[in-house]
Design a protein around this ligand. Sequence first.
Ligand SMILES: Nc1ncnc2c1ncn2[C@@H]1O[C@H](COP(=O)(O)OP(=O)(O)OP(=O)(O)O)[C@@H](O)[C@H]1O
Ligand SMILES: [Mg+2]
Length: 253
Amino acid sequence: MFVIAVVSAKGGVGKTTISANLAAAIALTGRPVLVVDLDPQNAMQWHLGGLNQNDCKGISALSTQRMGLAEVSHLSPYGVSFTPYGNGGESNRIRFEAVLEEQEGWLLQVLKSAQLRHDTVVILDTPPGPSVYLKQAVNAAQLLLVVMLADAASYATLPEIETLIASYGRDAHKRMDSAFIINQGTNHQLAKDVTTLFAERLGTRMVPFVVPENPAVEEALACERPLLSYQPENPAATSLRAVANWLLPRIGT
Ligand SMILES: Nc1ncnc2c1ncn2[C@@H]1O[C@H](COP(=O)(O)OP(=O)(O)OP(=O)(O)O)[C@@H](O)[C@H]1O
Ligand SMILES: [Mg+2]
């Protein structure tokens, strides 16, 4: 099992979109993939589809019910196994977060107990900024994929996310590998300048592909499908496949 946590300081930068499509791209290579939605927005379902809305149990149910990960996971139509956050309501969320607060290694333990195939890639989608979910994800992950926009605000939050990762990693007594990716790239001069600044600052930690801004990303979401399935030849889909192919040799088998 290799665990990637998809994180960001700012909200709405494309973590869920990238998690879903990276998972779909990795699944296309034949490797088993599990996506875990660790965000109470429970939004991954709109990217991977295939859920019965009336009975959407997810990872948040595991803190109170005697079930394993397999019982709250689904095989999406895109070859990706998928654990939603779940729709257990507000009281369930509060209980779940209390468990996560108390038991630092809860998520890692759940993943280990799931007895996934040894070559499974697990992708954890997280809410933006500091949270118990981010802390659990950092604890469980071998690689953090930090999503950013090529704008001044994302550049300004870089020290914040680096400090956060370092402090959560310290709590978990581990050193984190991280990779930084720019989403919604454009040809605007400012975006190009910010991308250059990121590359200079991050060096080899920068993913060498920018995912371009493209209207088909929203269309795919409206159709409840990953972009890779909706428009496989779209430039953003091509870039996401390139990111997957760049990542896979780095994470081994
Ligand atoms: N490359 C892109 N081109 C165009 N639109 C995009 C792109 N990536 C993401 N979007 C759109 O931006 C919005 C936010 O994306 P997404 O939900 O993936 O971000 P997020 O980081 O997961 O947000 P949150 O912080 O709320 O979890 C969505 O409407 C999505 O369709
Ligand atoms: Mg999200």
